[in-house]
Design a protein around this ligand. Structure first.
Ligand SMILES: [Zn+2]
Length: 433
């Protein structure tokens, strides 16, 4: 596992304290493959198997102990794994990377913390890689991050020891995070059969983007229902209905419980030369009486405060998953052709948003002023008409009931499908459907 690159490693090892930090960050236990083969077989539960056919270690429980000076995080595993851990600032987090693990944790795992930990998240970060993201109360140092083998070599414990730090010490330890940049550039880009040339395509292509995924659960309702699961189920339903018409092709940015960085979602849609991109969410808002579907398009200035707050929250998805944020517009080129394309795309996005609001209004409850706008990163493709659809709000009890109701979901998916077909009608007609 590459954790720290050559020259920066030398720099980091320059002091004893930092050497210790690096050691703590890169504690590796061998024998993961061996342990997988030794997993005890449970006749009641089929052993979890990865896509590659390997038995996956199971995380069965976790706890946080300690106080505001020193806190220990413990995860029970069915076998030892290789881990690496590092810290991130703004907000203060500790990230633990491990190979793909099956999480069978209690429903409320991670929702609360203790000592230096306010809460934590877990899940698939990329294919074959799981991640824990621990939220800290302030600057912390990783005093140890290791995996203890169990007595029989079967069960194991992942331990992360955190001690309170100062902002200055935290900053100097942050140099290590170059590796997260590397991660952010390599994860989630899925090419292959999704890639195709624009010319020669028979049907228009719709890219559905189920929000969140993996280590980023999105909103978690009071009942424990997670936004990432609700929106994936909705997208799958919608995809089936759209494909049944035979008029359009449909792809999804994710088809399982995997984390995809925001930039990769945009990239996937652009590389596929999608004719329409729809990001699907079911968020929470602070006012729990707010409910109903909402359609968002991109704008530099938000239509209202609530839309701005929602965009901020959505744009933080990469941070939630333990990625260091890339400076937003740094790489964006100013080019007259791109500007023209962008303007034309925005017109198409607004037109689709209006069509979608029209169809949804006949089907389900809408929020007041249902077409809103804000600076959502995921809608930034200059050449793919893009909207973000909140099918409802998990912070509202009535909406939560609807969001988990199959009949309602089917009706709303039909309305969204009708809007998409209407918007794409000129392309469908040109394709001779
Ligand atoms: Zn969301």
């Amino acid at each position: 596992m590459t954790t720290v690159q050559g020259s920066s490693l030398l720099k980091l090892a320059a002091t004893h304290r930092l050497r210790r930090a690096v050691l703590a960050a890169v504690l590796i236990l061998a024998g993961a493959t061996l342990a997988r083969a030794e997993l005890p077989s449970d006749p009641a539960v089929a052993p979890p198997v990865s896509a590659g056919g390997v038995l996956l270690p199971v995380a069965s429980d976790a706890r946080v102990v300690g106080d505001g000076e020193r806190t220990r995080f413990v995860l029970d595993l069915s076998g030892p794994v290789e881990i690496s851990a590092f810290t991130l600032g703004d907000p203060y987090r500790v990230v633990v990377d491990l190979p793909e693990v099956t999480f069978r944790l209690p429903d409320d795992a991670g929702l609360t913390g203790r000592g230096l930990v306010t809460g934590w998240r877990y899940g698939l970060f990329a294919r074959g890689r799981s991640r824990l993201v621990i939220d800290a109360t302030g600057p912390v140092t990783i005093d140890g991050a290791f995996v203890l083998k169990g007595a029989e070599g079967a069960a194991a414990r992942l331990v992360v020891d955190l001690v309170r730090s100062t902002p200055e010490d935290f900053q100097s330890a942050l140099q290590k995070t170059a590796l997260t940049r590397e991660a952010s550039n390599t994860v989630g880009v899925t090419k292959g059969d999704r890639l195709r040339a624009d010319s020669g395509r028979e049907r228009p292509l719709i890219m559905l983007d189920p929000g969140h995924g993996g280590v980023d659960a999105g909103t978690i309702a009071s009942s424990g229902i997670k936004e990432k699961d609700v929106v994936l189920a909705f997208a799958e339903d919608l995809k089936r209905r759209l494909e049944a018409t035979g008029k359009v092709d449909v792809s999804m940015t994710r088809t399982d419980d995997t984390f995809i960085p925001l930039g990769d979602r945009v990239r996937i849609a652009r590389e596929a030369a999608a004719d329409l991109f729809v990001s699907i969410h079911a968020d929470s808002v602070r006012e729990d009486h707010v409910r109903g579907a909402t359609v968002y398009t991109l704008s530099e200035r938000a239509s209202d405060r609530a839309a701005a707050a929602l965009a901020d929250k959505e744009n933080a998805a990469d941070a939630v998953a333990g990625l260091e944020l890339e400076p937003a517009e740094a790489g964006e080129v100013s080019d007259i052709l791109i500007d023209l394309t962008r303007r034309e795309t925005q017109t198409f996005s607004a037109s689709f948003a209006n069509t979608l609001v029209g169809e949804l209004s006949n089907t389900t409850r809408m929020i007041r002023n249902p077409h809103r706008s804000a600076g959502f990163w995921v809608l930034r493709a200059p050449d793919v008409p893009s909207v973000l659809l909140e099918i409802g709000y998990l912070s509202n009890e009535e909406d939560e009931q609807l969001l988990t109701n199959n009949d309602w979901r089917g009706k709303v998916a039909d309305a969204v499908s009708a809007a998409m077909l209407r918007f794409l009608q000129p392309k469908i007609a040109a394709a001779g459907q």
